[in-house]
Ligand binder design. Structure first.
Ligand code: HEC
Length: 109
């Protein structure tokens, strides 16, 4: 009996250790491109991923700092556009940094 319990304990501990590297990362690094890609699905209903201008200005390939600055201006309503003000206002600093990293690393075609 004692032996069985010890063995199953060992098995459980080993399984936990094996799973550790796959545990989801906690917190979000600034400029997380994968997160940016995930969040970008909303943006690309209006902004062309190709970087082409179709009534709405393209937002790909910008320096990340300028992108963040413009989003901050929309958030602070220093830039005029009710749609973008609402959209920019929904995101945290980390999420905007992530969007900047994602869009900034795309090239216009
Ligand atoms: C409903 C359509 C729509 C959606 C969705 C949208 N935008 Fe916009 N965005 C616009 C329009 C229209 C403008 C141009 C506003 C103006 O010039 O007054 C704009 C402007 C911008 C600009 C400034 C471009 C420039 O050249 O000045 C940035 C940056 C931007 N959007 C980023 C985003 C991001 C990031 C998202 C997704 C989180 C997003 N937008 C989602 C419509 C949209």
């Amino acid at each position: 009996m004692r032996r069985t319990r010890a063995t199953s304990c060992l098995v459980a501990a080993t399984a936990l250790l094996a799973l550790l590297p796959f545990a989801p990362k906690i917190g979000v690094a600034a400029g997380d491109r994968a997160l940016g890609e995930y969040l970008s699905s909303e943006c690309v209903t209006c902004h062309q991923l190709s970087g082409r201008y179709q009534g709405i200005p393209p937002i790909v390939g910008w320096p990340e700092a300028s992108f963040v600055e413009i989003m901050d201006e929309y958030r602070a309503k220093r830039r005029d556009n009710p749609v973008m003000q609402t959209i920019a206002g929904k995101f945290s600093k980390e999420e905007i940094a992530a969007l900047a990293a994602y869009f900034g690393n795309l090239k216009s075609k």
